[in-house]
Design a protein around this ligand. Sequence first.
Ligand code: CDP
Length: 218
Amino acid sequence: MSAPPRRAATPVIAIDGPAAAGKGTLARRLAETLGLPYLDTGLLYRAVGRLVLDAGADPADPDAAAAAVAALAEHHLRRDDLRGPAADAAAAAVASLPAVRAALLDFQRGFGAARGAVLDGRDIGTVIFPDAPVKLFVTASLPARARRRWLELEAKGIEAPLARVEEEMRVRDAMDEARLAAPLRPAADAVLLDTTDLDPDAAFAAALKVVRERLDVT
Ligand code: CDP
């Protein structure tokens, strides 16, 4: 007999996984369907990394990153230069710094605590909301993810060879998995969703099924 759904006071849905696994598309659609706010937490790290680059500093420099995170404001999240190879690498570099992660913790918790939310990132189910009633770890093969990112870049007019996109993604995933501060890994109670052979509709259907099993929603 399966356990009844937990009646969660705050319906937080944590979606974690490596780069370009389809987390964002999925999270946005779940949030719309369930009437919950959505936060792309990668934007926080991307914006901090971009501010460090603006200052002409090294994103791996803890002092420069601390100054950037202290200056972070909401409008920085709406910049149009938060994607692409330099922004990706800067985000991953600042994201490995414990002080940066600590400075962004309260904002993320506050976002979800009021009335629930869908958050996507790397450590939502492990660190930010370890008690989230729904945790999904979304993944796909490296070639499938690289191809998706390559198509996204192409649509934005950013030219890059597929092999380079794949190699940069492999390096960034390895960095996210190996870092000491909140490494990328599935929470023990996360449901794994491999989207290698799933189109966005099929991934959404599979995720919604998990949500309905875990949360009291129709
Ligand atoms: O869109 P993509 O999946 O490529 O990346 P993202 O979700 O925007 O995250 C960019 C980078 O920020 C990641 O490579 C991580 O290093 C970092 N990140 C993190 O450490 N923790 C999060 N909750 C979200 C992003």
